[in-house]
Design a protein around this ligand. Sequence first.
Ligand code: GDP
Length: 343
Amino acid sequence: MTLPYASALVTGISGQDGALLAAHLLGQGVAVTGTHRPGRAPDLWRLHGLGIDAHPRLAMAPLDPADAPACAALVEALQPDALFHLAGQSRVADSFRDPQGSVAANGLSTVNLLEAVRAHAPAAHVVLASSAEIFGSPARSPVDETTPSAPLSPYGYSKLVAHAAVGTWRASYGLAASSAILFNHESEWRDAAFVTRKISLGVARIARGEAQEIALGNLDAQRDFGYAPDYVAAMAAMAGRDGGADYVLATGHAASVRDFATTAFAAAGMALEWRGEGLHEVAVERGNGRVRVRVDPAFFRPVDAPLLVGEAAKARRELGFAPSLDLAGLARRMVQADLARLE
Ligand code: GDP
């Protein structure tokens, strides 16, 4: 599908989603300006890895989205057709340690950008990276766009502030603005602080004899793990639609952290057997009996939803969203990429 717009501003272009989105947009002929933190050189490793760091249609601009005048000045200067707001504080665990920072980085920044667009580029379509964390621990699963939000983490609350702002600016000012309610979306470009990449990197190191085991937190948490490139393509499609709306992006399948670990080790030819319970649970490798996964309370969160799984029927229907990898395919891809990187 060709996109019906020519230019895009992407905040947080250095992150997994920003880099993948930029690659997708550039591939569709869109000119992209990506923002990075002022005062330091942009982190280009993902853009370089994706082969777009020197793309002729890619420009970089420093921006702190918490700085309202700076947001206004950049939007006024660029006049983008689409603005994708992906920058922010992205780790749930960190948000418990710095709730104010989370709300400022994720909530206030969104208001700054919506105001900048309202004042200076009112025809632009704003797409926010919202999050499944806005639902907390929902009473019913799977979750869709109509499920009430009740976040359990400062991160979830900060994303709800942003998410609600998108709806408010759409309703009150007629801005074209959409929220992509992103369930866990992973890839070989994921930061290693997230559980899937922590596991895929750990598996690759163990397979190469460079490490013995991985320490994890809540193994029972069930999440809906999809492949990030599918999610950014749907976000790009959102910006091509009139008006704006909220869309759940999810696979509809839940897997526990334990399931993901089992699948990732299997991708490197290691079969795990789980033994024990609670803090004493371990996974040992079949054949040699070596402990490969242990539980470490340091990785538990004060609260953690037991299950988050989404229903993306609306995105399938309206955006052509189609998850391309199942859990085994995702784990295999991530483990193979980490093995190749360590090679
Ligand atoms: P999130 O859903 O955006 O917070 O993504 P994460 O990958 O950080 O966490 C997904 C789930 O994995 C959460 O329920 C975590 O509690 C759980 N989890 C279990 N062990 C770990 C760990 O060692 N690191 C992280 N990041 N999460 C873990």
